[in-house]
Design a protein around this ligand. Structure first.
Ligand SMILES: *Cc1c(COP(=O)(O)O)cnc(C)c1O
Length: 400
């Protein structure tokens, strides 16, 4: 009996998330409102998902139009919106073909499957491993969890899917292990999001890239978090002077409507043929419409230029602020993906921000992760800096 009583107080939703005590019910632009009517500056963007801010008008209109036409049809029929989104992505990237799915993990699953099949199609069946990097994050499915080189993510879920080899990120001395006769592909984030906002060093990326090119090892970038304008270019790889073979997208692709994608150059893409991979919902008319509208806004409204200048201003202001602050160790990132490494736990700072009406995230225990919408205004950025100064002073007086 007592167990029944206890169960009545347990949420019917499984407790896979440590939730903040806020219930958000409305969003517009850079702001969200909770059920008590409190307004928050949302510098989490739903974890780099609402890149155009909340309820962006053009995406809303496009979704509404599609809502009156056709929500879903299976991938056994032609889907014009999906073709249109694929064409837009291909036109504005170095890739030739797109596979659509519903999430980042599924995009990476598709990439991993493609890499394995490509190696076999090339007559290299012994190349069955994929190299990933420490502190990476690639998803929570069985295989993408195994691709994620973080012990805390694996804990309790062994045996893991085999076939992954982990190397240290940004460490030149380990790169000779990439070419070992067993490697089908490398999969990496150019800026590790969940793992602490760690940016890949140019020289390291170039060396890794050249090894892959030389040995026909697929160079696959996980741009689930860095893609869709987040770093100031449509895709982060553009800033590293490389052309990956495969790229995955999700978070910002539908402005909050769930959609993921795996893009590939012609040579690996040819390894996917009818029957090799698929998805029921992937790129359905509603999801594809959200993607088209998101791409249209990103391409036409000078947003990427704005991300670039906002980022320079924000990072400069943060550097000015921290000159006097002992609490901040380092500021890093690119575009509107900014990490502030602290000498104390990030949770106290997040809490202090929340009390002032600002939502920010962490990336690991000590890194504050700031993800403003790409459309955030100068005034909002100024407000953020002003509040950051207040928060730091408050938290520092308690912590140090
Ligand atoms: C969020 C994220 C994923 C996982 O995406 P889901 O949609 O949650 O499956 C994968 N890779 C990176 C880099 C991410 O940031």
């Amino acid at each position: 009996m007592s167990e029944t009583l206890i169960n009545q107080s347990v949420s019917p939703v499984m407790s896979t998330y440590q939730r903040f005590p806020i219930t958000l019910v409305k969003g517009k632009g850079s702001y969200v409102w909770d059920d008590a009517g409190r307004k928050f500056l949302d510098y989490t963007s739903g974890i780099a998902t609402c890149n155009l801010g909340h309820v962006p008008e053009h995406v809303r209109q496009k979704l509404r139009n599609q809502l009156d036409q056709l929500w879903h049809c299976s991938n056994l029929y032609e889907i014009p919106a999906q073709n249109e989104l694929a064409a837009l992505l291909v036109e504005h990237s170095c890739f030739d073909q797109v596979f659509f799915c519903n999430s980042g993990a599924e995009g990476n699953e598709a990439a991993i499957k493609l890499a394995k099949k490509y190696a076999k199609d090339q007559g290299n069946p012994e190349r069955s491993e994929i190299i990933t990097f420490q502190q990476s994050f690639h998803g929570r499915t069985g295989t993408t969890m195994a691709a994620t080189a973080q012990e805390k993510i694996h804990k309790g879920f062994t045996p893991l899917t085999p076939g992954f080899r982990y190397l240290p990120y940004n460490e030149m001395s380990f790169l000779d292990q990439v070419h070992n006769g067993k490697t089908a592909a490398v999969l990496l984030e150019l800026i590790q999001g969940e793992g602490g906002v760690n940016k890949a060093e140019q020289e390291w990326i170039e060396t890794l890239y050249n090894i892959c090119k030389k040995e026909d090892i697929l160079f696959m970038v996980d741009e689930v978090q860095t893609g869709m304008g987040r770093t100031g270019t449509l895709f982060a790889y553009e800033q590293f002077g490389i052309e990956p073979d495969v790229m995955t997208l999700a978070k910002g692709l539908g402005s909050g409507f769930p959609i993921g994608a795996m893009l590939a150059k012609t040579h690996p893409a040819a390894s996917f043929q009818p029957g090799t991979h698929g998805s029921t919902f992937g790129g359905n008319p509603l999801a594809a419409s959200a993607g088209i509208a998101t791409m249209e806004v990103l391409l036409r409204d000078g947003i990427l230029q704005q991300v670039h200048s906002s980022s320079l201003w924000l990072i400069d202001q943060l550097h000015t602020l921290i000159r006097e602050e002992e609490m901040v160790k380092e500021i890093r990132g690119l575009g509107m993906l900014i990490g502030i490494e602290l000498n104390i736990g990030a949770s106290a700072v997040i809490e202090a921000f929340r009390k002032k009406g600002v939502l920010v995230l962490s990336a690991g225990a000590n890194v504050l992760r700031i993800l403003p919408p790409l459309t955030t205004t100068k005034q909002e950025l100024e407000l953020f800096i002003q509040l950051f100064e207040e928060v730091i002073t408050e938290v520092e007086s308690v912590a140090l």
